[in-house]
Write a protein of this length. Sequence first.
Length: 159
Amino acid sequence: MPVTDADRRVLARAVELAREAIDAGDEPFGSVLTDASGRTLFEDRNRTSGGDETLHPEFEIARWAANNLAPDERALAVVYTSGEHCPMCSAAHAWVGLGRIVYAASAGQISGWRSEWGLAPSAVAVLPITTVAPGLPVDGPVEPFASEVRELLRRAALG
């Protein structure tokens, strides 16, 4: 599905949440859940600085959706996120039956940037969402947001 101007507006908010995360000492990731009409239902940012590496915003969206939306509402919902879901978040998204995902930067891009900067690889395999959850509608990466995410990640990693 083509990325629309409406998608870009919500994706900009996800990147803004990533910026808020880095300002709070967390890794720069942010996500927004919308309903089928584009109304924001839930948003969050990475909160892993306390030591719990599972506190990803995509995972929190899945938990929130499972507790607050009917299955048909989940299927029509859209998740916008600054970085492509990790395998844990991809699985959570699929298990609760959420719909389309739009991401700014791909997991492959993020992994490549980290390698370029001499950082250790991720603790988990770098897999596209559709490898973990085949059949999910996914759009990304999306410029200029991918470049913004790259800069946030660089800032978080290198100061």
